[in-house]
Design a protein around this ligand. Structure first.
Ligand SMILES: Nc1ncnc2c1ncn2[C@@H]1O[C@H](COP(=O)(O)OP(=O)(O)OP(=O)(O)O)[C@@H](O)[C@H]1O
Ligand SMILES: [Mg+2]
Length: 580
């Protein structure tokens, strides 16, 4: 990852602001007016002193007080306008970034989520985007205001005393050098502190959602310690950050002190000598003192921008990761499955480790294929290739003779209903969990699916029936109940390809038998892949394959495989003995 922000990064941020240029232009106009009002105030100091105090001009005394009030009024109005408009643009841009980032993340491929911690991604969307927010709405917009004020005040000091003004302007760059240095340092610190924050969120996410395991293994102290360590690191980095920020301001103040001392000395000398009036002198000094605040704030702005840039680099890093699973440019639409699902010399694995090695398999429509084999043998990996949760390394997976990579992901995945090995449920009602992905499904349909999955009895026993919220990951349900909900979800999807990965493993024998019967009805006319460790559940499959060492070691019907006394026989005998 490139840590130094490039022109490209700024250009990218600017491109995001572009659609709101009218609002921005209006805001700039307001800014200009705010600056002009501020400049006018410093300018008027001369007339107050020379006209009122020295020349004792009564007319001026009458006109100046209302003029001052009007000036402040205008300044207030324009200041409100620019503040509202600038904040609007800033917040809008940041909200857009957040939306874009989430949309991108949710579209990333399974493999990305395998490798990146959930907490890190949460931290990107929350903390990092908030930091960009700080830079865009707080700082970039603020800096324009300060710049316009500085420009107007500079105009005043040049009008009042150009000779002195040149001195003041020459000193200015000396003050800027340390500020740039501080900004760079802050960016580095900020990167580290945001990385620490990402680790904190990861710990939070894992240990809060996994709190049952933390408890049963008595790891509360350990986790609290781990959390405290990261939090302490975060604290130290924030303090480092605060030190750099805190020193910018006194340093500026000291430089300002030198400037004022010089002006009082040299400018005072000119007044005493008679080459300048007290009014000119005080007007100049007022403008110079008024300059101090916006310049100091500009220093702060630079710091905030640097933090925002560091965050933007991290956010764009996620945004620039393309999803590994890509559709081809003109994908076909898979409307139905007519003949078969075929694995043609498939090689597949994770990272560099192959799992499936040159596997060939063809499953015809309506066939029920059972997949068995040792744990870690690659059964789940095999079925994950059908809806393209992963892509093959070599060979191909074909549906009706066409590579699955030819179809649009949406159409391909809509043809596959899957009950995955880990049941995944959302913190929502029973009904919405079953109807996930089937928006607008009639309530009767949902209830029928639940009935077929043997789930109605327990659903009705819940407080609000189908409208009961089941907690994160279905925490308020038993393992078997969760499984039945995901089976109901697959039943409702009514897709031609059905994948059941250990779908009934948590059920008792009686409900398994019933669900099995419902599933057998469901399998009619569909191409079904059943993965099961309990061999009793797959007896009736049309064909059984045994996966061993990444290839198909045996295949056939239950009786044939038993008679062959190979691997299947061995697995069967072991289970049979256990059950006895
Ligand atoms: N996302 C992943 N990243 C890296 N390796 C993985 C990933 N998923 C699985 N593996 C590895 O691939 C191999 C096959 O895993 P797979 O889940 O396909 O096995 P399985 O046959 O379904 O096993 P089980 O019966 O236990 O569910 C295992 O060795 C596993 O460690
Ligand atoms: Mg598995």
């Amino acid at each position: 990852m490139n840590k130094t922000p490039s022109v490209g990064l700024y250009r990218r941020l600017l491109a995001m602001v572009k659609p709101y240029w009218t609002k921005l232009a209006l805001a700039m106009m307001c800014l200009g007016m705010v600056g002009a009002c501020t400049g006018a105030m410093a300018y008027l100091v001369k007339d107050v002193i020379d006209g009122v105090f020295v020349a004792k001009n009564i007319w001026l005394l009458k006109i100046l007080p209302p003029a001052i009030v009007v000036l402040f009024l205008f300044k207030g109005l324009f200041s409100y306008g620019q503040s509202y408009l600038m904040t609007y643009v800033g917040e809008r841009v940041v909200a857009n970034i957040r939306n874009g980032l989430y949309r991108h993340i949710i579209n990333l491929s399974t493999s990305y989520f395998d490798k990146n911690a959930t907490g890190m991604l949460i931290s990107r969307v929350t903390n990092d985007v908030a930091q960009i927010q700080g830079a865009v709405s707080g700082a970039v917009t603020g800096s324009l205001k300060e710049v316009s004020t500085v420009v107007c005040l500079l105009v005043v000091i040049f009008i009042r005393n150009w000779e002195l003004a040149i001195w003041a302007v020459l000193v200015f760059p000396i003050a800027v050098i340390p500020l740039v240095k501080f900004g760079r340092r802050l960016r580095k610190i900020s990167t580290r502190s945001q990385e620490t924050m990402a680790r904190i969120v990861t710990i939070l996410h894992e240990t809060i959602s996994g709190n049952r395991i933390v408890k049963t293994f008595c790891m509360e102290e350990y986790e609290a310690g781990r959390f405290e360590k990261e939090n302490e690191q975060f604290f130290l980095l924030e303090m480092k950050n605060a030190r750099v920020r805190a020193i910018s301001s006194p340093l500026m103040e000291l430089l300002g002190g030198f400037g004022i001392a010089f002006i009082v000395g040299y400018g005072g000398y000119q007044v005493v000598k008679g080459t300048s009036t007290p009014g000119t002198f005080f007007s100049f000094l007022t403008a110079l003192i008024m300059l101090y605040d916006p310049v100091r704030r500009l220093a702060g702005v630079n710091n905030t921008v640097q933090q925002g840039v560091a965050a933007a680099i991290r956010v764009f890093d996620v945004m620039d990761t393309p999803p590994e699973i890509q559709e081809r440019p003109d994908p076909l639409t898979l409307t139905t499955v007519k003949s078969a699902v075929t694995f043609d010399r498939v090689v597949f694995g994770y990272n560099d480790k192959p799992v499936l090695k040159n596997l060939c398999l063809s499953v015809s429509i309506g066939e029920v294929l059972a997949v068995v084999g040792t744990s870690g043998g690659g059964k789940t990996s095999l079925v994950n290739l059908i809806p393209r949760l992963y892509d093959v390394w070599e060979g191909s997976v074909l549906i009706d003779g066409r590579d699955v990579r030819d179809f649009s992901l949406r159409s391909l995945r809509s043809q596959v209903a899957m009950v995955s090995q880990q049941t995944i449920l959302f913190n929502d009602t029973v009904r919405n969990n079953i109807a996930y992905g089937c928006v607008g499904m009639a309530p009767e349909e949902v209830e029928r699916a639940a009935e077929q999955a043997y789930a109605v009895d327990f659903i009705q026993a819940l407080g609000q029936g189908f409208d009961t919220i089941i907690g994160e990951q279905g925490a308020m349900l038993s393992g078997g109940e969760r499984q039945r909900l995901s089976i109901a979800r697959a039943i409702l999807k009514d897709a031609p390809i059905l994948i059941l990965d250990e779908a009934t493993s948590s059920l008792d024998t009686e409900s398994e038998f019933a669900v099995q019967k419902a599933l057998e009805n469901l399998m009619k006319g569909r191409t079904t892949f059943v993965i099961a460790h309990r061999l009793s559940t797959i007896r009736n499959a049309d064909r059984i394959i045994v996966i061993d060492d990444g290839t198909i070691a045996e295949e056939g019907k239950h009786e044939d495989l038993l008679a062959r006394s190979g691997l299947y026989r061995k697995l069967y005998d072991m289970q049979f003995k256990q059950e006895e």
